[in-house]
Write a protein that binds this ligand. Sequence first.
Ligand code: FEO
Length: 394
Amino acid sequence: MRPREIRHGIYWVGAVDWDRRLFDSLIPLPDGTSYNSYLVQGSQKTALIDGVDPTKERLLLENLDALGVKKLDYLIANHAEQDHAGAIPTVLARYPDAKVVCTPRCKGMLVDLLMVAEDRFITVEDKETVSLGDRTLEFIHAPWVHWPETMLTYLREEKILFPCDFFGSHLATSDLFVTDEGQVYEAAKRYYAEIMMPFRTTIQKNLEKVREYQIDLIAPSHGPIYNKPEFILSAYHSWAFDEPKNIVVLPYVSMHDSTRRLVAHFVGALVERGITVKQFDLPVTDIGKLAMALVDAATVVIGTPTVLGGAHPAAAYAAFLANALRPNLKFASIIGSYGWGGKVVEQLSGMLTNLKVELLPPVLAKGYPREADLKALDSLAEMVRQKHRESGVM
Ligand code: FEO
């Protein structure tokens, strides 16, 4: 896509990656993504804010050529991750006078990760500014969004926030600005769940920091630009601050139908008790959907058969993922089946140590569930209801 003007002298010059389907060899990208790079021209200096993934750096250079950019003074690196910073060596080679502007920690990371020469940097402290002449860039340190070196850039005169990953969405679209709020809400929530949720407490602090600024536009480095900033600010506020809801997330896997029968009965017992259930058949689940469900849930119950004495690897993966994403869960349990024995409960509960959850009694059936197993599931559903009531989520 060619450069697109946002305001006079301010352009989107990034790349839309319509075809990418996996990020970090882990995160599904059902709607592709974009790497947004922004050119800001002042009366005296020109700055490029964030780069693109190295696979798309040719498009970035073509966009700069299309605008006739002969000299670049500053390359603002809000974040050292390669999907934005990976093009820095190429941009620096094209523009020999350009300096990379970043936090001191980001400088170290760009030297380590991308072998950028030490003399190409200007490091900035929190709230420090750089003048472009008639325009001023202010740098807001915001560590752990989602790496330790991250910062945001605020263009004072136009009140535009360039927050890089913060508020971003993996969404390939021809829309420069948000038009379909429903689509962007889901993509941004997916992004929050997968990338930002593990750092929820620092996200809370950085949200409060952002609230100190008057903002007309939020221009993230993934997904469309927010011309109604309150839309994404209030969504983030709710994801990061709200108490969990009356929801049980139930990721499960079944091999010979025993665990599936347990899950079906348990889901019915929860629904009868007024509890919302989100059920995920792990071998065919988009893990981004599972991550999104964990943003709001009060309880997770993992369903698994016993394989070689332990949990099915798909269930272990779900436990590992939930533990890594650190959602604001309050309760957890395990249901499942076995043929002759095993250590499913010890194994899975031992994988949830990051979560501040109360473990509720597990239910394991030998083979197909009998009447006693179904009654145990009813009791577990009743306990979930009581716990949700006592903790104020229903
Ligand atoms: Fe979009 Fe953390 O990189």
